[in-house]
Design a protein around this ligand. Structure first.
Ligand SMILES: [Zn+2]
Length: 277
């Protein structure tokens, strides 16, 4: 599932290749991804408008149109978005097509269709992200201070891994990076969020920034479906220390542990019981 580094990579690629492009029309009729009312409205408001901005909040891509409307695109498990040149055939599982005046088509593909497209007035964007999408502090935004982070963790008895996945607090971390962050911070995913010492809180905050920055630099992680906004695979999968490595040796120097998999909130967590306490 694309997480923040993957969506940020797509955003940067699209910013380079479709920002400023004029939209001829948009085709989006899959009722699992967009309501029929929003689909009709999108057709109307996108016509002849320019793609002005490519933004992101957490794992949501925001396509800002001239004319005061913004499209919020969630990628679900298998979403992909990239331009297809004029004359090329559309890839399978194409669910939405932005026909551009220059002949290219910006496609949204989604094999499993867990994505979602919302249309909002740009003036209401901030409110929608906070109140409807319930997104908290974007993890790439200017980093939280240790004091703000401590306040966020306070009183949460929920396990650390689940806390990191809760988009109402930090927006952008998903299942793969949550495991990676906790391994680097040497913290057990089973610990309660409120049990961290000041020092552990600082380490965790630092590792969140570090893992996200490295993953963005590597253009994200491709385990199965994710591709960049240019249709290429990411590179961070070669740097994963725990994710998907059940039974294998811990990669921390000097640690003799083996990676374990546990299930937390119906999602797999990978960690080393030796060095993560
Ligand atoms: Zn270890």
């Amino acid at each position: 599932m694309p997480e923040l580094p993957e969506i940020e990579t797509i955003r940067r690629d699209l910013e380079r290749v479709v920002k400023g492009a004029q939209v001829l029309r948009v085709q989006a009729e899959d009722p699992l991804l967009i309501t029929p009312a929003a689909s009709r409205k999108l057709k109307r408001v996108a016509k002849a408008q320019t793609i002005d901005r490519l933004d992101r909040c957490g794992k949501v891509l925001i396509i800002g149109l001239s004319g005061g409307w913004s499209v919020l695109q969630r990628f679900g498990m298998t979403g992909q978005m990239y331009p297809v040149q004029a004359g090329e055939t559309l890839p399978p599982h194409t669910r939405m097509v932005w026909h551009l005046v220059d002949g290219r088509r910006l496609v949204y593909r989604d094999a499993r269709r867990f994505g979602q497209t919302l249309l909002v007035r740009t003036a209401d964007l901030e409110k929608t992200l906070r109140e409807e999408c319930r997104l908290g502090h974007d993890v790439l935004e200017p980093q939280l201070t240790p004091i703000e982070f401590a306040a966020m963790l306070e009183g949460h008895r929920t396990p650390l891994k689940c806390f990191l996945l809760d988009q109402r607090y930090l927006a952008g971390i998903g299942n793969i990076y949550a495991s990676e962050i906790l391994h680097r911070a040497r913290l057990s995913p089973l610990r309660s969020a409120s049990s961290l010492s000041r020092k552990e809180q600082c380490t965790l905050l630092r590792m969140i920034g570090q893992v996200m920055d490295e993953a963005v630099a590597a253009q994200g992680t491709t385990i199965s479906d994710y591709v960049t906004g240019e249709g290429a695979t990411g590179g961070f999968q070669s740097f994963l220390r725990v994710y998907g490595r059940e039974g294998e040796r811990c990669r921390r120097r000097g640690c003799q542990g083996r990676i374990q998999r546990v299930v937390q909130a119906q999602r797999s967590t990978f960690y080393c019981p030796e060095c993560q306490r």
